[in-house]
Write a protein that binds this ligand. Structure first.
Ligand SMILES: Nc1ncnc2c1ncn2[C@@H]1O[C@H](COP(=O)(O)OP(=O)(O)O)[C@@H](O)[C@H]1O
Ligand SMILES: [Mg+2]
Length: 442
């Protein structure tokens, strides 16, 4: 790929005359990884549950690494999941998935989350799909997406949620990084044997002390479960023959635009129409009976499966990883003033963008394989996407026109001071990818 370098004109650098105040961020990072500390006297409510099972799970499943001081509601949902696991209501593998993903339940067996362990991702060492494993073994050069940092899908999932929350898009079910243990996860034979022998030893020598008994916890993304939704594909086909009423069509369009904003910023490489979901509560046309309770008519949209985003370079060919929504007729409608008013003021503020990069840094740096250079490149792509998006919103473009814009990267100057305090000499360079992405209606 050849590139043209031009000095940045539209993306301002920080300077001493900037009207934006220079300030120090004090936000608490969402992710805190601390060693699993066994909690004594975990209650078990099932007398008939085997003792070994309790021994195995109690110390492992409860750990204070899943507490989010700034989000008690999320913390409580994860605690429910841990509690259910201790009591033998185990996560269930999602079989249609491309890697190890699990529906996580509460004590009543109701799905409350989707957990995707890092080591069961397509690049992970314990991916349960043998076809993926063969593919990786026999054809490593063609495996995965060369523009993505491998085996960090769980961070991409949590990162997408962070972007969603920060921009108040509210279309990604909240997703954070947690650690869970369950018999139903895919563990190596060695891990299982180790766990069994520790338990056998403990049975014979109860005074022995192990740092950990049972299976090791897995780090991964935990996304809140959304109820009553179906793949977008399903409803999009229905809407072709049975269009939405006008007011709902408007609701749908506004949320669709938010999906576009999210995908474009994070440069999602996997937004097929099976990776966003729609819930449609239709107007009730049946004759009204006596105890009739009117249901709330609504159409809602959520973006799931955000694990293949945040590339460190633009894909070489646009066609390789298109945004599938770009083929929908709705993508030809220019962005609404509502969407523009929501995101443009935030995205045009360099402090906001810098905050976003720093929050993503706090999230991504917890990974063992974190690489500062790769992360900087990911942020350069993201800043470029934000630059194009702000321009498209100012120019009143449509999503289709947005995806036709030439990809840009905006690199932070290597001399700029890094850290939480804004450097007055931070500067950015804008680089265009020479080949404009070719978009056509097929
Ligand atoms: N947050 C969620 N709430 C409800 N269902 C979900 C959620 N996330 C995923 N699913 C269901 O699980 C399926 C597979 O999830 P997905 O995230 O697409 O996994 P994969 O990476 O394996 O494709 C989806 O098609 C959807 O039906
Ligand atoms: Mg999927």
């Amino acid at each position: 790929m050849s590139v043209d370098e031009t000095p940045l004109t539209t993306f301002p650098s920080f300077n001493s005359s900037s009207s934006q105040p220079i300030h120090i961020l004090t936000s608490v990072p969402d992710v805190t990884f601390v060693p699993a500390i066994p909690l004594p006297n975990i209650p078990s409510f099932r007398e008939n549950q085997p003792l070994l099972q309790r021994m195995e799970s109690s110390s492992e499943t409860y750990c204070n690494c899943n507490s989010f001081a700034d989000d008690p509601e999320f913390t409580s949902i994860v605690k429910d999941a841990e509690f259910a696991i201790v009591n033998d209501v185990l996560p269930e593998r999602i079989y249609q998935g491309s890697s190890g993903s699990y529906f996580v339940k509460n004590l009543d067996g109701v799905s409350i989350g989707v957990f995707k362990p890092k080591d069961e991702e397509p690049y992970g060492r314990l991916n349960p799909k043998w076809t993926k494993w063969m593919h990786k073994l026999c054809c490593p050069c063609c495996f995965g997406r060369s523009c993505l940092v491998p085996n960090q899908g769980y961070l991409s999932e949590a990162g997408a949620s962070l972007v969603d929350q920060k921009l108040q898009l509210n279309i990604v079910p909240k997703t954070k990084v947690v650690r869970l243990t369950s018999e139903t996860f895919n563990y190596s034979a060695i891990d299982r044997a180790k766990s069994r022998s520790k338990i056998n030893l403990l049975q014979r020598f109860p005074n022995l002390h192990f740092n950990r008994i049972g299976l090791p916890p897995k780090v991964g993304s935990f996304q809140l479960f959304v109820d009553g939704y179906k793949d977008a594909d399903f409803w999009l086909k229905k809407f072709e023959s049975d269009p939405l009423p006008e007011d709902l069509q408007r609701q749908f369009q506004l949320q669709f635009e938010r999906l576009v904003v999210l995908d474009y910023i994070i440069r999602n490489t996997d937004r097929g129409n099976d990776n966003w979901l729609i819930k449609y509560v239709k107007p009730d046309t049946s004759p009204r009976k006596e105890n009739f309770v009117e249901r709330k008519v609504e159409v809602k949209l959520v973006a799931i499966d955000n694990g293949l985003a945040f590339p460190f370079k633009h894909p070489d060919s646009w066609r390789a990883y298109p945004y599938y929504w770009a083929w929908l007729p709705i993508a030809k409608i220019p962005f609404s003033s509502e969407t523009r008013d929501l995101v443009l003021p935030q995205l045009s503020d360099m402090n906001f963008v810098q905050d976003l990069c720093e929050e993503l840094h706090d999230l991504f740096k917890a990974d063992r394989g974190f690489d500062r250079n790769a992360f900087e490149k990911q942020m350069s792509v993201m800043r470029g996407q934000i630059l194009n998006l702000t321009q498209a919103l100012k120019d009143g473009k449509s999503p289709v026109q947005l995806v036709q814009m030439t990809p840009v990267i905006v690199e932070r100057s290597k001399t700029g001071v890094r850290g939480r305090i804004r450097a007055i000499n931070d500067s950015f360079t804008q680089t265009f990818q020479n080949k404009a992405p070719f978009f056509s209606w097929c």
